[in-house]
Design a protein around this ligand. Structure first.
Ligand SMILES: Cc1cc2nc3c(=O)[nH]c(=O)nc-3n(C[C@H](O)[C@H](O)[C@H](O)COP(=O)(O)O)c2cc1C
Length: 362
């Protein structure tokens, strides 16, 4: 089941970019959980296109229509189903590229995989439209986790090499975690954010795109979550993150940087604080042996530049089997990492809630 994630909390996604809509079925969500509708809608709105000029010009309200599983604002315990209708699709933009492989996109591999029967319009099932119902599911999980003192927040750690500040890896507060998400452009340092926006705009005017990195952190997790060898917290989260379109790298704590350190520098010394075991630094990103240590879980998720760019590029027509040149029309995000910030939060929430339920912690 390639479009489903989770063991105890199963989240199953469906839909295509230019079909009637996308949606999700969530099985295993506990009963009796009060859902704040306004909060849920403002979370899903953060992923919506057209909020800022750094995103695609496609306009979608992305209001989820809940079909089942929530009654009078409280979860029933039965499967929660929701659909998000597509309202602003321009399939005509894709007519001339339907057999021309967009470099960096999944047109060619999708054609091979599905023997040409997949809906290629707007990227079909490969489109980031599929992240709309994922964010809806994540929004529910975030509320469940917050009601239990677990907070998840993310921000743009870098765009085109321009860096934001980082979360304090040991002492990030709930307010610090959630603050970037309340801004139109999700960064900690607004000056760095302005420089990022300028780079994105430059790329857009050049008919090009840029990549970026999203930093995410989760606080309030108990120590002891996760199991070696393959059900590690890193493994389970990475599995979820790599489901997000355009993700090309995931690291935890000091990540690749740890390889350049000495043990004495990388090791996080333990100490006791109010009878709780803590570490003075957090190069381990809150995970040791695949198991949470009780320190914040921190990760970096790298997004490649948007594949669809209007600059002419060499490619092939995979039906005619000939070389050709493509210039991509349509409305595309010049930097997918911007709208991916709530998607990363959503995936983090879905995976951690599933693991907590599975291990009987809640
Ligand atoms: C929030 C978000 C928005 C995206 N918007 C676009 C877009 O406008 N145009 C595009 O070509 N790719 C976009 N992508 C990326 C493609 O969906 C992705 O690169 C493609 O499906 C191929 O998958 P891969 O990059 O994981 O190999 C977006 C990704 C995300 C997460």
């Amino acid at each position: 089941m390639s479009s489903e994630i989770g063991n105890k909390l199963k989240v199953s996604l469906f839909g295509e970019s230019h079909g009637r809509g996308t949606g999700v079925v969530i099985d295993g969500f506990p009963s009796g959980i009060r859902i704040d509708d306004e909060k849920l809608l403002s979370f899903t709105a953060r992923r919506r296109p057209g909020r800022d000029k750094t995103s695609t010009a496609r306009r979608e309200d992305d209001i989820p229509e809940v079909l089942s599983g929530i009654l009078a604002g409280v979860t029933c315990g039965t499967p929660i189903a929701a659909v998000i209708k597509n309202t602003d699709q321009h399939s005509g933009d894709y007519k001339n590229i339907s057999h021309e492989a967009r470099p960096g996109h999944a047109d060619y591999t999708g054609f091979v995989k599905y023997r040409g029967y997949n809906d290629v319009r707007g990227g079909g099932h490969f489109s980031a439209r599929i992240t709309a119902p994922l964010v809806f599911a994540g929004g529910l999980c975030l509320q469940y986790l917050e009601q239990r003192g677990i907070y998840i927040g993310a921000h743009l750690a870098s765009v085109a090499g321009i860096k934001d500040e980082k979360f304090d890896p040991c002492r990030v507060t709930k307010e610090e975690l959630l603050s970037p998400g309340h801004k139109k452009f999700p960064v900690i340092d607004d000056e760095a954010g302005e420089m990022m926006r300028e780079e994105i705009e430059k790329a857009r005017l050049d008919g090009d795109s840029v990549g970026g990195i999203v930093e995410v952190a989760a606080t309030g997790l108990p120590a002891g979550l996760g199991s070696p060898i393959f059900d590690t917290v890193e493994g389970r989260l990475s599995y979820g993150y790599y489901g997000i379109p355009a993700v090309k790298g995931v690291s935890f704590g000091a990540g690749f940087g740890a390889s350049a350190m000495r043990g004495s520098e990388n090791n996080d010394e333990f100490y006791m604080e109010d009878e709780v075991v803590r570490t003075r630094t957090n190069n381990h990103g809150g995970i040791l042996g695949g198991i949470t240590s009780g320190m914040p879980v921190t990760a970096m998720i790298a997004f490649k530049p948007t594949p669809s760019i209007s600059k002419p590029q060499n490619t092939v027509d995979y039906v005619e089997n000939k070389d050709t040149v493509i210039s991509i029309k349509g409305r595309h995000d010049p930097c997918v990492a911007v709208r991916a910030v709530p998607v990363v939060e959503a995936v983090t929430a879905v995976v951690l809630m599933d693991m907590l339920l599975e291990e009987g912690i809640f």
